[in-house]
Write a protein of this length. Structure first.
Length: 253
């Protein structure tokens, strides 16, 4: 009979210690939460990620052209932000409800080397070629949301070979690395444009992985430049926003 009160007292002491410990932790968390204030730097960084601003006159002209025209061709050297700005504008149009889906296309051309046989399903074989588009999208959307939108068909990434026969209505279409398309391929891609859609074609005619006479980007841009409803924006070395050495190298290479 004498041992039961002792056990009960010990158990009560343990429970009291646990309650006291939890109360202390909760009080400490409350103090931390009440004193927390986000720094101005964090707020500026979040605002910067949501808003894209041009860093050069050429980029400003490109963004204005995308807003004002259904078809825009952006030609320029590497590092001028052609692909990134196009995809940022596509995401912006999707967020505003101006279009119903985003379609991104890129030729599956190897950069001067042969990768040989690639294992896996079709999507896995094409993933190395389409990786730059995934990177730009991941920078504008969270990974979870990007995965959800791709699963729902709101964002589609496809190689050029799969675009024939389609009509892209109510869509924002980005054709990347168009310097690796022949004139026939570009003609096929440009005629996919449907109602209530915007198309942006990006590329650098000086860095084609095809034979120079096979690349059709420069020829297509020269022919389309005479149309008033088509914008052809030619970016230059001064529009490069990568490491300053990139612009210097392109001048001598």
């Amino acid at each position: 009979m004498a041992k039961r009160p002792v056990r009960r007292t010990a158990r009560d002491a343990v429970d009291l210690d646990a309650r006291t410990s939890r109360t202390g932790r909760e009080r400490k968390l409350q103090v931390v939460d009440s004193n927390f204030r986000p720094s101005p730097d964090i707020e500026r960084e979040q605002s910067f990620l949501k808003t894209i601003k041009p860093k050069s006159k050429g980029q400003e002209a490109l963004m204005a052209a995308i807003d004002a025209h259904c078809l825009t061709l952006a030609l320029g050297p590497a590092g001028t932000g052609k692909t990134y700005l196009a995809i940022a504008k596509a995401v912006e149009a999707m967020e505003a409800g101006r279009i119903g889906r985003i379609v991104l296309s890129r030729p599956a051309v190897e950069a001067g080397e042969s990768l040989g046989f690639l294992p896996g399903h079709m999507e896995e074989k094409l993933a190395p070629y389409l990786r730059p588009l995934y990177d730009a999208l991941s920078d504008r959307l969270s990974p979870k949301r990007l995965k959800t939108m791709m699963a729902e068909g709101l964002i589609e990434i496809a190689p050029v070979g799969f675009m024939r026969g389609r009509t892209l209505n109510n869509a924002f279409v980005v054709i990347d690395e168009a310097q690796n398309c022949t004139f026939g391929q570009l003609k096929m891609l440009l005629t996919r444009l449907g109602y209530s859609s915007t198309m942006v074609v990006t590329g650098d005619p000086a860095q084609t992985d095809l034979l120079p006479e096979l690349s059709g980007l420069a020829q297509a841009a020269d022919k389309l430049e005479s149309l008033k409803d088509v914008a052809v924006v030619r970016l230059a070395d001064r529009d490069i926003v990568r490491h300053p050495l990139v612009a210097a190298m392109l001048k001598v290479l």
